[in-house]
Design a protein around this ligand. Structure first.
Ligand code: UGY
Ligand code: MN
Length: 255
């Protein structure tokens, strides 16, 4: 019973807070397992973010869109040459059209982010080519734990690990942010990018719009463009989240 219908989950015009008690599991084509679709274009978001849950030998196929995956727990194998073994903290980026299947070697949970790719326009592509830089994103895989962290705005208590390269070829970013107990964002952020966020460890207070929410590991948050946002890690434990944002593109898309 849901304690007479009470939940910390909230659905507002410019944000969603979804706590595990309100998660709904669904089947999807190409998936042998189940998915919790945290956010999708139905809310106005420009991407889909879900947690996929697989039993041993469960699998999921490509979506046709570019895809980012991050393993929360378990052991998966990514169909590539050679086979990539993915365990907790492993991630992979699959460019648009990459037709790769992911299979579970043991019961696993994995974050899957799909986003329609926004190609650079001709002039920007040419400029990058002339500078010897890539103008199309490429396949990559790694371990979040191996990425050297950067102190956000010089704050050693707030460390960011960027899993995608700092290249204009990529039209989104996916980072982890680790807060020491008591650390906070140094400002209330209001920006054109939207966010999908999964709390990985610890907890704290998230300001979203004009409300302040207690949040903890397992919670999902969507922030629409320009949603006022601020976080502070509360308690004696560090807090950590995984955060998606659209990035590197002009908001007036050019054909
Ligand atoms: O990258 C970001 O915009 C990030 N600092 N936002 C957030 O943590 N809410
Ligand atoms: Mn932000």
């Amino acid at each position: 019973m849901h304690h007479l219908g009470l939940t910390r989950s909230a659905n507002r015009r410019d944000h969603l807070l979804l706590t595990p008690d309100t998660f709904i599991r669904t089947p999807l084509p190409g998936l042998t397992g189940s998915a919790i679709v945290h956010v999708s274009p139905e809310t106005g978001a420009g991407f889909t973010m879900m947690t996929v849950e697989l039993e041993a030998n469960g699998s999921f196929s490509a979506s046709g869109q570019q895809r980012f995956i991050y393993v929360l727990e378990g052991h998966l194998q990514l169909d590539s040459q050679p086979l990539k073994e993915l365990t907790a903290g492993s991630y992979a980026y699959l460019p648009p059209g990459a037709n790769r299947r992911v299979k579970a070697a043991e019961p696993s949970r994995v974050i899957v982010i799909d986003k329609p790719f926004e190609p650079l326009d001709r002039a920007d592509s040419l400029a990058l080519q002339e500078a010897g830089e890539a103008c199309e994103p490429w396949f990559l895989a790694g371990k979040e734990q191996d990425i050297p962290p950067t102190a956000l705005n010089g704050d050693e208590d707030l460390q960011v690990r960027s899993m995608l390269p700092a290249s204009m070829a990529f039209d989104f970013a996916c980072n982890t942010m680790s807060y020491a107990p008591g650390a906070s964002l140094s400002q209330v952020e209001i920006h054109y990018m939207e966010h999908g966020l999964l709390m990985l460890e610890g907890g704290g207070i998230y300001r979203l719009g004009d409300e302040w929410y207690p949040v903890q590991a397992g919670d999902f948050i969507w922030m629409a463009p320009y949603c006022p946002q601020w976080f502070c890690a509360v308690g004696k434990q560090p807090a950590k989240y995984l955060i998606y944002k659209n990035f590197n593109r002009h908001t007036l898309k050019q054909a």
